[in-house]
Design a protein around this ligand. Sequence first.
Ligand SMILES: [Zn+2]
Length: 202
Amino acid sequence: MIEPLDNLVNALCQLPTIGKKTALRLALHLLERPQEELDMLSQCIASIKSSIVVCKRCFNYGTTDLCDVCSSTARDTSVICVVEKPQDVLVFERTGIFRGLYHVMGGVLSPINGITADKLRIEELRARLAGGEVRELVLGLGASAEAETTCLYLARVFSGMKLKITLLARGVPAGTELEYIDQITLNQALHERVEISYKVES
Ligand SMILES: [Zn+2]
C-alpha cells in the first residue's frame, strides 16, 4: 500500500472496534471527501483533549468546571446516580427520565486488574453525601460481576447514612455493560429500581 494511506490505516486501526478492513474503507472514504471536511475532522480530533474537562463535582465530561448536569437548576439534587464511566451518563441522559445528578466512579471493583476501592471515587462521593441533601443513591453500574460486587460494596460503605440506596431492576441482562442496553430496558430498570439495605438483623 502507498505510504500515506498505510499510515492512516494504521492510525485508524488503533481505534476500538476498527479492524484493518474497516480502517481501509474509512481511509479511502476520507480520501474522496473535500479538504475542508478533513480539516474540520483533524481540528476536532486535535482539540478534543484541551476542550473537554472533567466536572469537579461528578467527574462527568463537560466544557467548564461543572458539567451541564451539575450546573443545571432543573435537576433533582436529592438523587445521585452512580455510574462507572462518563459514557454511562449519556446512556442515562438519553432515557430522559432520570432527573437527578450523577457520580462517575471511574471504574468498578476488579482487584485482579488492580482496581481496588481506593482507585474509585468513593471518598468524593462520601463528601457529596455528607452535605445531607441527597436522599437516594441509585446504583446504575450495569450487570457485570464486577459491577454487582461494586454495588454491594457501596451499599455496605454507605449503609450507615440516612439514605435510600437503590439498584436498577433486573431488566438489565447479566454481564451487560450499560452502554449496550436498549433504552426501553433501561427505562424499565430505572422505574422499577429496588432498595437494598445492609441493616444487620438483631
Ligand atoms: Zn457534573
